[in-house]
Design a protein around this ligand. Structure first.
Ligand SMILES: Nc1ncnc2c1ncn2[C@@H]1O[C@H](COP(=O)(O)OP(=O)(O)OP(=O)(O)O)[C@@H](O)[C@H]1O
Ligand SMILES: [Mg+2]
Length: 396
């Protein structure tokens, strides 16, 4: 593993280099050895660098151009994969580019040759400004928690598919957090083998911030970031309520959506998560024991003062012909069913292949249900707000 800090203990700025211009080989060479820069790689074409740009947790992108004017196509291609600030490099003749760049979404333009220290300063300044802009933007991610008090009802299937759909089809920056701390299998269902888990994150020294969080997540090919459960069940207790609270606060700053998979218990970290949950997907099935336990959970949630309008009942395997109807579930729970997911053979097949159905079998009924759910979540309920105004008591 590379050391992420320079000799002064400062975080090295991660940089990816794209494009080409005169003087670039020399700069590449000196940047590669510079203690304050972590040069992740170089590809002349932006497309070849897509993976590193998207998953590289970059502080800045350096793009070298031979064009005398602004390389709009390349900049757009970079923006498709990365939100990191872009520093343009050009050779000495490209002076007209400087004018154009004033209005463009670029952090800086440097005409080569330059002293390496000038380039490093521009990189650090751009990365710093980028971090501040992200903090100011105050991304306020929504926390969507998937829960059911019974095991095997489809929590992990729902959480992994929903998170993949939000990332891939809704273009949301999405984190999947596996809070089934003892026996979490979200990573397996996604077919990834992460090197780090939530345990590494909570036992790491120092304060957690968005940059640090980025260093512990694993990127799935669909664009989703994943923070898996600890590898060994006995390590679950290391994830304390306090650590989890901080983790969720930081995740809200970096993501649009945080999807949380859970275990069938109201343990400490789960209560801390409920405290911050915006939408609780409460899974139910068409069987009496599950309905009974979901009903008990709703009562517990009431005792915990969890706002009942944040509960979304999801009926999984809704098409199963087992002598019970949706309306009976709604009557027993005293809650409307908000989403339905059909029982679908594609689901267990996809689970065993380690590739969520919504990605591998996009056309199947289950995947359609998941995509509807992804669209229906995270939207402010304007209708509701209006109704509340209308129902205010009026005096004659
Ligand atoms: N809609 C569905 N159609 C077909 N199979 C399903 C569906 N939902 C869940 N399953 C199957 O049920 C199994 C259990 O689902 P899952 O692991 O998601 O449940 P869980 O609630 O996370 O269980 P646990 O409480 O053990 O974590 C999965 O292997 C999956 O194949
Ligand atoms: Mg599960």
């Amino acid at each position: 593993m590379t050391d992420h800090h320079d000799t002064n203990g400062r975080e090295r700025t991660r940089v990816y280099l794209t494009g080409w211009c005169d003087g670039l080989p020399e700069l590449h060479e000196t940047l590669g050895r510079h203690p304050e820069v972590d040069l992740v790689g170089h590809s002349e074409s932006v497309a070849d660098g897509a993976g590193a740009l998207a998953g590289g947790h970059l502080g800045a992108v350096l793009h070298a151009t031979r064009s005398a004017s602004l390389p709009n196509d390349e900049l757009a291609a970079i923006r498709e994969h990365s939100h990191a600030p872009v520093v343009l490099l050009a050779s000495g003749e490209a002076t007209s580019l400087l004018e154009d760049a004033l209005d463009a979404d670029v952090a800086d333009v440097l005409l080569l040759p330059q002293l390496t220290e000038n380039v490093v300063f521009a990189i650090r300044k751009a990365a710093h400004a980028g971090r501040r802009a992200a903090a100011r933007q105050g991304r306020d991610g929504r926390i969507v928690t998937v829960f059911c008090p019974k095991g095997g009802t489809g929590k992990t299937v729902t959480a992994t598919n929903l998170a993949s759909a939000l990332a891939k089809y809704q273009g949301k920056r999405t984190l999947l957090l596996d809070l089934d701390l003892q026996f979490g299998d979200a990573a397996i269902m996604l077919g990834i083998e992460p090197e780090q888990t939530i345990q590494d994150l909570v036992t790491a020294p120092g304060e957690l911030d968005p940059d640090k969080l980025a260093g512990y997540t694993t990127r799935h090919a669909c664009g989703l970031d994943v923070l898996p459960a600890p590898v060994r069940p006995e390590d679950a207790e290391l994830v304390t309520e306090q650590k989890l609270t901080r983790l969720l606060e930081v995740a809200k700053q970096s993501y649009d959506a945080i999807v949380v998979d859970t275990s069938p218990f109201f343990h400490g970290p789960m209560l801390a998560t409920l405290d911050r949950t915006d939408e609780l997907l409460l899974l139910c099935g068409l069987d009496v024991p599950t309905i009974k336990n979901v009903r008990l959970s709703i009562q517990t949630l009431e005792l915990l003062s969890f706002p009942s309008e944040r509960i979304r009942v999801v009926l999984n395997r809704a098409n199963s012909n087992v002598g019970m109807k949706r309306s009976e579930v709604e009557a027993a729970l005293e809650h409307k069913v908000r989403f339905e997911l059909p029982s679908d053979r594609a689901v267990p097949l996809a689970v065993n292949r380690g590739n969520p159905a919504v990605l591998s079998e996009a056309g199947c009924d289950f995947s359609r249900g998941i995509r509807d759910m992804a669209k229906g979540l995270l939207v402010p309920e304007q209708g509701k707000a209006k109704k509340r105004w209308l129902s205010l008591p009026t005096r004659a």
